[in-house]
Design a protein around this ligand. Structure first.
Ligand code: ADP
Length: 449
């Protein structure tokens, strides 16, 4: 590497040489000025060569630096090295980009990128086939103009992308597309779209099948149960050996009736969307009503119920569904809590949600079961659940209704100590009841009764 000291040495030699000649001819100042002028001309000349070289060399077409000497040679060399490295990196980047482009064309999924304004920046070939994007026309178009379904608009601007969105294809209403969005950089988005028509068709068939079978079964079961009840009412007329089988048949018919009822509820929840216009429900009234109904159902167990509710809170939602959710949890608490046990109901506003909690000090649930409790037909202990008339569908219904109300269910429990179920409703569904509203609300309630 060329050193500064060498450059300084050359300058001193030139100064010494010009001073010696200056003294010899008696023109010291003139010789110094001459030396300075020569140095300036040499440097200006090198600067001019550097400028010309840089102007002639473009990013794609690099030419070798001109020959030089001393510090200038060093500068030319360093710039040349940087240029070579930059060329290598841009080549590598080009190869990577090329591979990414190529691999994106063989993907089954459509990939799109939008800028921070939501305009289409880039998309792969599959997007053109699946969503009908046009190569030359659609660049920089707002994506919401190309996929104009209101549900997509809501999903796109919501910035909540934990869940995917399944809607009709913008090009063919017979097809279903699933969208998943991820944010990156400064509010830029990457959008993945897949054709899920086949899966959706199977899912619809499953829903229709469960709905139809449950519907078809409900009448025969009612008739069957009716006859059984009549026979049991007149059991004295029968041979005593039939008494036990008859009672068992009645119990099983009752279970079947419960399963069919719960399957019909689930099927209705899956097929009907929540109406846009929803009621405002005074949550403390609802909870008091559920507590009274459950206490009546489990009168012989003499549970100690307690309620602690925010009196002024209204929740926007569907009353019958919220009743069903809370009631399922309270009935479970009563079913799985022994005689004289404690069941506590809370409804409180927290910082990020409105929490409706049901706590009992009953038999509790082992940790290993907690993640699967809301699956259909999942029961911790089948014999225990059958004894209590359980179907294993109650918590699946709870989860489904909460999902429809943008809410979550949190479960914690300890065997032998009890369980806590918390419904976490979003604050967007909460409003406060003023005194004036309360009077009006009571009037409406009275007139409804
Ligand atoms: P089921 O109709 O059988 O009660 P659920 O879906 O309501 O079905 O509940 C699923 C299982 O979770 C039940 O079988 C029961 O074992 C358990 N479980 C639910 N709630 C409680 C509770 N409060 N205490 C103890 N176990 C519970």
């Amino acid at each position: 590497m060329y050193k500064w000291r060498t450059e300084l040495k050359y300058c001193l030699v030139a100064l010494g040489f010009s001073s010696a000649i200056g003294i010899l001819i008696g023109e010291l100042i003139l010789m110094w000025l001459l030396a300075l002028l020569t140095l300036t001309i040499v440097n200006l000349y090198q600067l001019k060569r550097l400028n010309r070289w840089l102007l002639n060399t473009s990013t794609e077409n690099k030419i070798d630096p001109p020959n030089s000497f001393g510090l200038w040679n060093n500068i030319f060399d360093i710039i040349h090295q940087i240029q070579k490295q930059e060329k290598k990196s841009s080549h590598l980047l080009g190869v990577i980009l090329g591979k990414a482009q190529e691999s994106s064309t063989v993907l089954e999924a459509a990939l799109m990128m939008t800028d921070k304004q939501g305009n289409l920046d880039w998309w792969n070939l599959r997007s053109e086939k699946l969503l009908g994007f046009k190569k030359h026309q659609d660049r920089n178009q707002p994506i919401t103009n190309l996929i104009s379904d209101p549900q997509f608009l809501e999903y796109f601007y919501s910035q909540k992308y934990d869940e995917t969105l399944k809607i009709e294809s913008p090009t063919n209403p017979q097809k279903f597309i699933e969208y998943q969005i991820a944010l990156f950089g400064e509010s830029e988005r990457i959008i993945i779209a897949r054709d899920v028509t086949q899966i959706q068709r199977l899912e619809n068939m499953r829903k229709d099948f469960v709905g139809s079978v449950s519907h078809e079964l409900s009448t025969p079961i009612t008739v069957f149960k009716g006859y059984l009840e009549t026979i049991i009412d007149n059991i004295k007329d029968l041979d005593p050996k039939w008494e036990k089988p008859m009672l068992q048949m009645k119990q099983q018919a009752h279970r079947m009736e419960n399963v069919v009822r719960d399957l019909l509820v689930l099927s209705a929840l899956e097929t009907k969307t929540l109406p846009k216009l929803q009621e405002k429900i005074k949550i403390s009234t609802l909870i008091n009503e559920i507590e009274a109904d459950t206490q009546q159902m489990f009168l012989e167990k003499s549970h100690q119920f307690s309620i602690d509710c925010d009196e002024s809170v209204l929740i926007t939602g569907k009353r019958s569904e919220l009743y069903s959710t809370i009631s399922n949890l309270v009935v479970n608490a009563a079913k799985y809590t022994p005689h004289y046990g404690k069941i506590e109901l809370f409804a409180k506003l927290s910082e990020e949600s409105f929490d409706i909690s049901v706590r009992d000090n009953g038999i509790g649930i082992d940790q290993q079961h907690l993640p699967r409790l809301t699956e259909r037909f999942y029961r911790v202990d089948i014999s225990r659940s059958s004894e209590t008339g359980g179907t294993g569908l109650g918590l699946a219904i709870v989860k489904h209704i909460l999902m429809r109300h943008d809410a979550d269910l949190e479960i914690s429990s300890e065997t032998g100590k009890g369980s806590l179920f918390i419904c976490k409703l979003p604050l967007t569904r909460v409003s406060q009841l003023s005194n004036k509203d309360e009077d009006q609300y009571n009037l409406v309630l009275e007139s409804n009764h």
